[in-house]
Design a binder for this molecule. Structure first.
Ligand code: SF4
Length: 445
């Protein structure tokens, strides 16, 4: 069912007693669900809406476009274009620097972006194009930030790409100080405005009396990010991708950070209280209290219906970050769903300790899994719902069980109280869809 060398990455709650390990390179031959470093950098940086994103490499690397990400914009739509230098054999032989230079000059003339990100790819790493020099030359001529993102896919995993993306963002932060500040302000780190989620969160903060100075990177704007060093607090949601940035901003600008999750009633409320408490202003705390009370008054009665309807549902979760997995377990419990499998691509030892403490006995907790393992675990635990991302969708449908998308591609807002109502409805409709009676189900082991 799994490769023996992965034994310490698979844990049955209440049965096993070792520390589940995470954050290690994928085992060769295990066919991990993880993506390449370039993909990691791209998912973090791509939601910066008024920037030009140029992939220096063969056209295949650029296939990962905005429409896979699903991040929304309140302004520029430039980020929705996918640009590539489309390297061919002759560039691999003679070098692609000239082609990159011409591409950048042409695109900047045509689109007047606020900044440019140039992504390296595997083949560029192999032939050794000097991307930094080209970017610096274009920067001097065009007087806009032209940032090389040295993220050849073979450098490591998606998580390594996150780190490189954070370093690229650090090049922008602190380069402008003209945005108007209110008394209480924060940066939101690690929300990507999928299906407009950032706008839901910004609405909550506004009601409490807190300004979102910049969002990194959902609905991201270059000028806002350049001003991000002036915020009083960094609020980090997707800690897997953004902790490096939060730590670097603490070191360089002395901005403290807190980790939050906006998914599920409990975590959403804790996030609002934590941020309000940070400013030590009783009025903000009272505003947060009123907001949470009103939202819960509207939401909880509707969840009761789903609790009664979903009590036989068994869910499998496989997502990128551990914080998301932890919030999902809590949210599913709230609507009466039992979690029988939970796994992540990027969790670490501490994340898995926390997961163990909130999961029931018998739940399989897995790090860096693959399609074969996930399929077998589903058969073993008789799960009838799978929650994951684009790569897990195919596994679920092949096994004939319902799937809920909780990844970058989704078009349904799942953050906040509004998101919890959407999530409960989606789980209910997925599990109870009449389509499953016409689909051949997997054989239980
Ligand atoms: S692994 Fe390399 S070639 Fe493949 S998408 Fe990533 S950067 Fe491109």
């Amino acid at each position: 069912m799994f490769l023996q060398k992965r034994r310490r990455q698979i844990f049955v709650n209440g049965v096993d007693s070792f520390d589940l390990i995470g954050g290690i390179p994928s085992l060769a031959g295990s066919v991990s669900q993880r993506a390449c470093s370039f993909c990691g950098a791209r998912v973090v940086l791509y939601p910066i809406t008024d920037a030009l994103h140029v992939v220096h490499g063969p056209i295949g690397c650029a296939a990962y476009t905005w429409d896979i990400r699903g991040s929304m914009s309140s302004g520029s739509e430039l980020y929705r274009n996918s640009f590539s230098t489309d390297l061919r054999e002759k560039h691999i032989v003679f070098g692609g620097e000239e082609r990159l230079y011409i591409t950048l000059m042409e695109l900047i003339n045509q689109y007047s972006p606020s900044a440019v990100f140039v992504y390296s790819t595997c083949i560029v790493g192999v032939i050794g194009d000097d991307i930094q020099s080209v970017c610096s030359e274009v920067n001097k001529i065009k007087c806009i930030p032209v940032i090389p993102v040295m993220v050849e896919g073979f450098l490591g995993t998606k998580k390594d790409g996150y780190k490189i993306a954070c370093d690229a963002i650090m090049n922008l932060i602190g380069t402008d100080a003209t945005k108007k500040l209110s008394l209480y302000n924060i940066n939101i780190l690690g929300d990507f405005n999928l299906a407009g989620e950032l706008w839901i969160l910004a609405g909550y903060y506004k009601k409490i009396g807190i300004q979102v100075l910049s969002s990194v990177t959902g609905d991201g704007k270059v000028k806002d990010i350049q001003n991000a060093h002036r915020a009083a607090l960094n609020v980090v949601q997707c800690s897997g991708s953004m902790m490096r940035l939060a730590k670097k901003m603490k070191e360089k600008y002395n901005i403290p950070f807190i980790k939050v999750s906006y998914f599920g009633v409990e975590d959403m409320s804790i996030a609002l209280y934590d941020v309000a408490n940070f400013f030590q202003d009783e009025k903000l705390v009272e505003n947060a209290r009123v907001l949470v009370k009103n939202e819960l008054k509207n939401l909880l009665p509707s969840l009761e219906f789903y609790r009664r309807a979903l009590f036989k549902t068994k869910a499998a979760i496989y997502v990128g970050g551990a914080f998301k997995a932890i919030s999902l377990v809590k949210a599913l419990k709230l609507i009466g769903v039992k979690v029988v499998i939970v796994g992540t691509q990027t969790g670490n030892v501490d994340d898995y300790k926390l997961l163990k403490s909130i999961c029931d006995d018998g739940c399989i907790i897995v790090d860096d899994s693959n399609p074969v393992e996930l399929s077998e675990f589903i058969k073993l635990t008789k799960a009838n719902l799978f929650i994951g991302g684009v790569k897990e969708r195919a596994i679920a449908y092949k096994l004939g069980l319902g799937f809920c998308d909780h990844n970058h591609e989704r078009k349904l807002a799942l953050a906040g109280y509004e998101g919890m109502a959407n999530f409960a409805k989606e789980v209910y409709e997925t599990v109870n869809s009449p389509v499953w009676q016409f689909v051949r189900q997997y054989k239980v082991l």
